[in-house]
Design a protein around this ligand. Structure first.
Ligand code: FES
Length: 267
């Protein structure tokens, strides 16, 4: 190329050329699915897939099954689901990376989720998260202790956990601990580190992350026990009670649904 007259051949002030980016695939080339996926897991996989008219519909519970085995979803786990459901690894990886319930690194015996959404944050959720993060010496989605070992804890901050009337809320393995304070949340975490299992405010007795994941996959050892426990809090029922005391009732539905307004004509 001929430079215009007077143009220096080199310009030391010019920005350096950008470094070539190396693209790292979510699923790297590798050996076939891990031997961790043993015969029992393969049987459970078939059982889950058989629940759906289309195999691909089983992806979400199958990923929970993988987490019950591995404590997270590894690249082997992604390959395992892809093979079982005849999907591409890219399709499975897209789902894993979209939903926060699928973890990309090994979790502790317990997953502690602190709601830091608006209402919980304003009522102390931010302070609870900060205190637990300091105590455990970890940040979001990091694990204190050897992942999977007794007393190990993965901490995360969570979006609204659908219990705003009981804010601030903490979940352990998705079981609720309502109306928390920094002190009660600290005591909760200390009990977990001692390998104790405090009873949640509502819901079933506490297990551990992997057992909870197996239940989320729809595999229950003892279904009665895994759903045993109060599911509604008095704060949640207060509106219903107040309406009953005051004789308030919702207007009954019309016998015929009202006609929908006509759609505007397309031009
Ligand atoms: S804001 Fe925390 S449960 Fe809704």
């Amino acid at each position: 190329m001929t430079l215009p007259e007077g143009t220096p051949e080199t310009n030391s002030a010019a920005p350096a050329a950008p470094q070539e980016l190396t693209w790292k695939p979510v699923v790297e080339e590798g050996p076939p699915a891990s031997p961790m996926f043993d015969e029992l897991t393969r049987q459970r996989t078939k059982e889950i897939i058989a629940r759906y008219p289309q195999p691909r519909s089983a992806l979400l519970p199958l990923l929970h099954l993988v987490q019950s085995v591995e404590g997270f979803v590894s690249q082997d786990g992604i390959r395992y689901c892809a093979e079982a459901l005849e999907l591409s690894t890219a399709e499975v990886a897209a789902v894993v990376t979209f939903y926060t319930m699928y973890k990309r690194s090994p979790c502790g015996q317990h997953l502690v989720s602190v709601c830091t959404n608006t209402l919980c944050a304003a009522l102390g959720g931010d302070e609870i998260y900060r205190r637990l993060s300091e105590k455990l010496g970890v940040g979001h989605e990091e694990t204190a202790g050897e992942p999977g070992s007794p007393g190990s804890i993965t901490l995360e901050h969570a979006e609204c956990l659908a219990a705003c009337d009981l804010a601030p809320v903490v979940q352990v393995n998705y079981e609720y601990f309502d109306n928390q304070t920094t002190e009660s949340a600290t005591e909760l975490v200390e009990a977990l580190q001692r390998d104790e299992k405090p009873h949640p405010t509502r819901g079933a007795p506490l297990t551990d992350f992997r057992t909870a994941e197996l239940e989320l996959a729809g595999i229950h050892g003892d279904l009665e026990q895994s759903v045993e426990g109060p599911s509604a809090a008095k704060e949640t029922l207060r509106g219903v009670q107040l309406a009953a005391e005051c004789g308030w009732v919702a207007p009954s539905l019309p016998a015929e649904p009202p006609a929908l307004p006509p759609l505007p004509e397309k031009k």
